[in-house]
Each structure stands twice: as C-alpha cells, then as structure tokens.
Design a protein around this ligand. Structure first.
Ligand code: ZN
Ligand code: ZN
Ligand code: ZN
Length: 246
C-alpha cells in the first residue's frame, strides 16, 4: 500500500502561462511540470483519491478501480478532474464537506458520481483505511483528513490559512506518523487563504509529527526559496513522491 503525489503545486501549477520567472523557465526548458496538489492511495489495483484536481485523472486511472474520492473542498484545483471522471463506466463514491454550490455543474449532472456530504470529525472506512474529516480554515468549507491504515497515521492538511483549536486539539491527541500541510506562500505573506512555510512548519512542530512535509507550493514561493537560499525546516513534497504505508 502506498500514497503518491500526482501534483504538489497551487492552483496555477507551473510553468505558469507565459511566466518568465526562474522556476517557470526551468520547468518549460526541461519539459517538466508541476500540477495542482493531488494524491492517491493505492491498494493492489484499487485506488482512493484525495482530491481530483488534475484534469486527466480519468486517463491516469483508466484500468484501476476507484474505491472512493475524498474531496477537501470544491475549489477548481481540487475537483476539476471530476468533470471527466463523472462519465466513468463505474459508480464512484465522492465524500466531501457541505457546500451548496459544489463546482461548475457537478451537482446538476452527477452521472456516475455519488456525492456523500460528511460532517466534521466523522470517519468513513474504505478497504480497512479510515478517513476522518478535520475542519480547516479556508475561503470555502474545507476538510483535512486524518487517515489511518493498520500501520500508519497520516494527516493530510490542504488547503488552509490556519487550524482552529478544536481541530488542532484533535490532531494533537493522535500519534501522527506522516503529515502534509499547505505552505503555498513564502515568508513575505502572512495573511491570506493559505499558510506560508514558516506558519506551516510551526503547526507541524506543534503536532509533533514523526515526518512532516509542505505542499501546495506556488512558482513565486519556489523562486523566492531558490533565490534567497532559504533553509526550510521541513521539505516540500515533489510530484511522484511515494510513501509506503505498510
Ligand atoms: Zn513563474
Ligand atoms: Zn482552495
Ligand atoms: Zn488549492
């Protein structure tokens, strides 16, 4: 069983259209790209998706059984892939926070997707892996997920500008092996809909996680880190990074 990142960037991804910054130029020249933050867990030939912001996610998992999609929230960079995935020949369960509007016409034309609204701090279990919702502070109703397999406890915490006390207390009561947290901004930005890498690192410290990583990076944040040789306490995950869950 493993967890893999298909993309680790913010909603713009990179290279950003016509951006000449150092990061976008490097990626363009090398034929590389970093798509919006998206993760899946693979058990044998089955996959469980954490967000589905990548447009061609239906092609990536053609041939795999998608056991569930756990959405953090209905921003485009987290659910764009559902526009095509909804035409799947397979019925797919999507779990998500309360959101009257959803995204685009997803709720109007559901096709193969079955939408299941879940409440705060509630647990769903799929293939012996439990997913507990953790409310996060963001510009839309947003959940992080505490994921428990037989051997590992994982906190997946995108997108957020902070974590309220009840969520933080819940997370602190857990022994977290592996945590991933939104760190979209560099240190120059302290207020917005996301965390900067210092604020994100402070939360990872507070949670006393065994292994912590940053994610949802923007091209400007990465450029700032490279230009200023910023020493980060926690590393950013990269596209293709895999974590074995036992
Ligand atoms: Zn750029
Ligand atoms: Zn968002
Ligand atoms: Zn996002």
């Amino acid at each position: 069983m493993k967890l893999e990142f298909l993309g680790t960037a913010d909603s713009a991804g990179f290279p950003v259209h016509n951006c000449q910054c150092m990061v976008c130029t490097y990626h363009r020249d090398k034929g590389l790209k970093n798509l919006s933050t998206s993760v899946y867990i693979k058990v044998d030939n089955n996959v469980i998706l954490l967000d589905a912001g990548i447009e061609d996610i239906s092609n990536i998992f053609d041939g795999n059984d998608i056991k569930a999609v756990f959405l953090t929230h209905f921003h485009a960079d987290h659910c764009l892939g559902l526009l095509r995935l909804r035409h799947s020949a397979q019925k797919i369960n999507c779990f998500h926070p309360k959101d009257e509007n959803g995204f685009s016409d997803l709720f109007k034309h559901k096709h193969s997707i079955c939408y299941n609204e879940i409440e705060e701090f509630k647990t769903q279990t799929i293939d012996d892996i439990s997913f507990t919702t953790i409310p996060l502070k963001h510009s839309k109703n947003t959940f992080g997920y505490l994921i428990k397999t037989k051997n590992k406890t994982i906190a997946y915490l995108t997108d957020c500008s902070g974590i309220a006390k009840n969520s933080l207390d819940f997370l602190k009561s857990q022994k977290i092996d592996l945590a991933f947290i939104d760190a979209c901004y560099d240190e120059r930005k302290e207020v917005g809909n996301h965390l900067n890498y210092n604020q994100a690192s402070d939360i990872l410290d507070e949670l006393k996680v065994k292994e912590g990583y940053l994610m949802h990076i923007s091209h400007t944040t990465l450029e700032y880190i490279l230009k200023n040789k910023v020493k980060l306490k926690y590393k950013y995950v990269k596209t293709g990074d895999e974590f074995y869950l036992g």
